[in-house]
Write a protein that binds this ligand. Structure first.
Ligand code: KG4
Ligand code: ZN
Length: 378
């Protein structure tokens, strides 16, 4: 098996993995095994330093968490434990590689749900120890931040908008281990706002893709929703007011008119997208000028994290970048959401600088990007 879209272990389904098929006989300077278990996706990938993704498996735990409308940490950790070994074996087979072909092992070591992070880190350390390979403890956010260097020729520095389920940040990415945060959310992350609004509309989990589908054919101007922080001097975000406004609209409209994929539900979803797009556009436009002053370049603007898979938001950010005299770089949607190719790639970037981590590295449930180390000279 091993094809994305297949099944493994009962009701766990592979998500699309953004796979660039392995070239059969590519000779590469370095191949890294990547492991990602920080939330509800068990993911394993093999990536080489020539930017070929040899295997990229993502096992989503959607059915296990859906009844709860969100990720249950204990269930996630157990599921990672149940499936990670099999996934590693499967990825190696799919890539046609042996452990002798691997040059390093990289595992997400935080931030994230600590039970799951432990499972990935312990597995990564065990493989590294057994094969005498360097181990890399990767910051999940660094994985997102560097994905565009795997999928495009993006060079440092660039302005990163990182939008995921747990984060909403603007970061000047100046090199490996040189991440300068320009702004962040003062309350909810944007992905969290998508998920909660989707849940209120009865769309289930995960909310982002469902809300994006519902917005198709909706009128973005029908509902006047707030645009928190727009026009403010800082580069921070806020989404809890938007979430509350959506809740009030839902109560006002009543369940009958919102049932199924009614036009009203579509209009509300489209209006929600318009509000989020306006906020992100406003913050990014402002950040581009700050970035120019700091780094002496107009861009590029890079978007990463699960919410970056959203086509409406990508289109709007492209316009913002063009208006700011630069361009948008976004990974393919399947590499915006959590995956292990980005972790393996971060491992490659760090190994190129001769970085490695000790086998007693302690996983970190909280680990701001600004605290990620780099080369000593950086
Ligand atoms: O990066 P990610 O896979 O996991 C975290 O690190 O958090 O991001 C997950 C988040 C979820 O909130 C999910 O609803 C959101 O990304 N998301 C989307 C879309 N696809 C995933 N949000 C809006 N539109 C999408 N198409
Ligand atoms: Zn993520």
């Amino acid at each position: 098996m091993g094809k994305l879209g297949g099944k493994l272990g009962g009701n766990l389904a592979f998500k699309s993995g953004g796979q660039h098929r392995a070239r059969a006989l590519v000779s590469a300077a370095m191949i890294v095994l990547g492991i990602e278990t920080s939330c509800d996706d068990t993911a394993v990938a093999l990536v080489d330093s020539e930017r070929h993704i040899r295997a990229n498996l993502v096992l989503a735990q959607l059915d296990e968490h859906r009844p709860y409308g969100g990720v249950v940490p204990e269930i996630a950790a157990r599921s990672h434990l149940d499936h990670l070994d099999t996934l590693v074996t499967r990825a190696m087979a799919e890539a046609g590689l042996d452990f002798d072909d691997i040059d390093a092992v990289a595992a997400t070591a935080g931030p994230g749900l600590i039970g799951g992070v432990f499972v990935g880190v312990m597995t990564g350390k065990a493989i590294a120890a057994a094969r005498s390979l360097p181990f890399l403890a990767i910051n999940h956010l660094e994985g997102h931040a560097l994905t565009v260097r795997l999928t495009s020729d993006a060079e440092f520095p660039y302005l990163l908008l990182l939008v995921s389920g747990g984060h909403c940040q603007l970061v000047a990415v100046e090199g490996i281990g040189r991440y300068h945060r320009l702004g962040t959310t003062i309350d909810d992350a944007v992905g969290e706002c998508f998920d909660k609004c989707a849940k209120m509309l009865g769309l289930g989990y995960p909310g982002g893709p469902a809300l994006e589908r519902l917005a198709q054919g909706g009128d973005p101007a029908r509902f006047d929703l707030p645009r928190p922080m727009m026009g403010r001097d800082t580069l921070d975000f806020s989404f809890s007011g938007l979430k509350t406004a959506v809740r009030h609209r839902i109560v006002d409209i009543g369940p009958d008119e919102l049932r199924g994929e009614s036009q009203t539900a579509r209009d509300l979803a489209a209006s929600f997208h318009a509000a989020v797009a306006d906020v992100l556009a406003d913050r990014c436009a402002r950040a581009l000028t700050v970035f120019q002053t700091r780094c002496g370049r107009s861009g590029p603007l890079v978007v990463a994290g699960g919410v970056a898979a959203n086509q409406t938001l990508r289109a709007r950010l492209s316009e913002v970048a063009a208006a700011g005299g630069t361009h948008l770089i976004a990974p393919p949607p399947a590499l915006c959401t959590d995956n292990a190719a980005m972790i393996a790639w971060a491992g490659i970037e760090r190994r190129r600088l001769d970085l490695r981590d000790p086998l007693d590295f302690a996983p970190r449930p909280r680990w701001p990007l600004g605290e990620v180390g780099g080369p000593v000279s950086a």
